[in-house]
Design a protein around this ligand. Structure first.
Ligand SMILES: [Zn+2]
Length: 503
């Protein structure tokens, strides 16, 4: 089955009548392109002499290198698509009404809850004996009823739990079968095709059916559905990885294993991101998930295996500490560590990052979702908030991502946020001198997101590069900015195969 996708046919394909944005520079546009055996083999005049088995007319649409999401949770996203989702509901009585409507005397797990004051009291009125859990849209907090608190042996005043307790509560819900997990992954990938996504860097291997079975699910599904999956190795599964005798990076053309995922701190929403100064009306400035020495131990374990690390870090103080620890324990020459999120920082951090082998996996949509409310959590505002232009000016690598299921994994929404820097809540724009150009913003999801794959045939439309394309109706570089919020996708192509076509 795998061979079928890798080598299906030997046809030479001509993709004609399109605008091929190579992304090498803004003005380089080709008119026709040839592909063969999953690779781009040339453009325009250089392919005139070739005989083609198949000709695809792109009808004047605009072709970009396949868009990649540099940080998301493929299974978490698929699970969210399969569960009750409260994301659009911001009114308490409407949330309760929705829960009652979906409650059928079975454990109920709802995703995407936006904090509107619900506690265990309201959930107990629906049921005290059957587990009900609302996962907040920060993914680090939950609200749950007495049935769950009893099962995890916790007395709790309001049922709003964070971090470890939240994890414990979620673990009491039934696990997926192997087949169920396959279905979830398929659902996730299918949805990503609809956004023009051809690959994603995902953190999944710890949270579901154990390393071995979860990885098997990826092996099985990717044989049938082409998608460039790059999986982070959560530090809790490192021993399983060693026992599996798998190597890092390429497993198949569709599957890579990557950096060791670790958490340095929490989130602003739960006041657990490690900040330089205490939160407003609080003596706490957040927390470290591990002690520094435990954290270094995990880094050293990764280094011993020749692996890089991918660290969740949100607070400005957390960032400084992570940089200090990485500086003292660098990866092998030529390899880059990844820092995930990093919205808040100061000049000290930027100065340190300039000379370090790191790349930042950023989520432009977080600016639109988190501002301005996140600022209210701070007693003193950090020096920079989402300073993408400053980072690029300092030659620090940026990769675009959605952290789906947290945000909608539509790269056009990320590109829009990176350019417009506008809050979804009050519609104000923030520090517009940090806005990226159209070309830079698209680059986050093409060149930028492929940086950590260590594969130099991805991220551009170039001869010898993989034949993965995101094809849009309009020119993303020129169309009216507001138009990016519309459905512009025409086709998604992976390994020369059209996996999504607009109908
Ligand atoms: Zn994440």
């Amino acid at each position: 089955m795998l061979r079928a996708f890798l080598y299906k046919g030997d046809e030479m394909k001509l993709w004609k009548n399109g605008f091929f944005h190579t992304m090498v520079n803004e003005n380089e546009i080709k008119q026709q392109m040839a592909t063969h055996k999953g690779k781009i083999i040339g453009f325009d005049e250089e392919i005139n002499h070739l005989d083609f088995d198949e000709i695809i007319d792109l009808k004047g649409h605009h072709v970009y290198p396949g868009f990649v999401d540099a940080h998301l949770h493929l299974l978490g996203y698929g699970q969210k698509l399969s569960r009750l989702n409260l994301i659009q509901i911001k009114d308490q009585s409407l949330v309760i009404e929705t829960l009652i409507h979906h409650f059928n005397d079975q454990p109920l797990f709802a995703e995407g809850y936006f904090e509107c004051g619900i506690t265990k009291k309201e959930l107990n009125q629906i049921s005290k004996d059957i587990p009900i859990l609302l996962r907040h849209n920060d993914y680090h907090t939950i609200t749950t009823n007495d049935a769950v608190l009893k099962l995890i042996n916790q007395e709790h005043s309001n049922g709003v739990l964070t971090e470890e307790l939240a994890e414990m509560a979620m673990n009491i819900f039934p696990k997926h079968t192997e087949h169920g997990l396959e279905e979830i992954l398929k659902k996730s990938i299918k949805s990503l095709y609809h956004y023009g996504i051809t690959g994603g860097h995902s953190d999944d291997l710890y949270y579901f059916n154990g390393f071995t079975q979860t990885l098997k699910v990826f092996d099985t599904v990717l044989e049938k559905m082409p998608f460039r999956a790059h999986l982070l190795l959560h530090h809790m599964v490192l021993d399983d990885f060693v026992h599996s005798r798998r190597m890092a990076f390429n497993q198949t053309p569709y599957l890579q294993l990557g950096a060791v995922k670790m958490f340095y701190d929490g989130t602003v929403y739960s006041k657990t991101a490690l900040m330089k100064v205490p939160y407003r009306d609080s003596i706490s400035n957040g927390m470290r998930i591990h002690s520094k020495s435990e954290f270094v131990e995990i880094i050293l374990k990764a280094r011993k295996l020749g692996l890089t690390v991918a660290i969740h870090v949100i607070g400005d103080q957390g960032l400084i500490e992570v940089l200090e620890l990485l500086k003292a324990n660098p990866p092998k020459t030529g390899l880059y560590d990844r820092l995930i999120h990093t919205p808040w920082m100061d000049d000290q951090a930027i100065l340190m990052m300039k000379d370090m082998p790191i790349t930042l996996d950023i989520q432009p949509q977080f600016l639109s979702s988190d501002l301005p409310w996140a600022l209210d959590y701070f007693s003193i505002k950090p020096q920079y908030a989402f300073p993408w232009k400053t980072l690029l000016n300092n030659h620090i690598h940026l990769a675009g991502s959605s952290d789906a299921p947290v945000e909608i994994p539509n790269p056009l929404l990320g590109i829009y946020s990176a350019i417009k820097r506008q809050s979804d809540h009050n519609h104000q724009t923030y520090s517009t001198h940090e806005s990226l150009t159209r070309f830079e913003a698209i680059g986050l999801y093409t060149k930028g997101a492929n940086f950590s794959t260590m594969d130099n045939t991805r991220g551009y439309l170039k001869k010898g590069f993989i034949a993965d394309f995101s094809i849009f109706i309009d020119d993303l570089l020129k169309t009216n900015l507001e138009n990016l919020k519309n459905t512009l996708l025409y086709e998604t192509v992976i390994n020369e195969h059209i996996v999504y076509k607009r109908t």
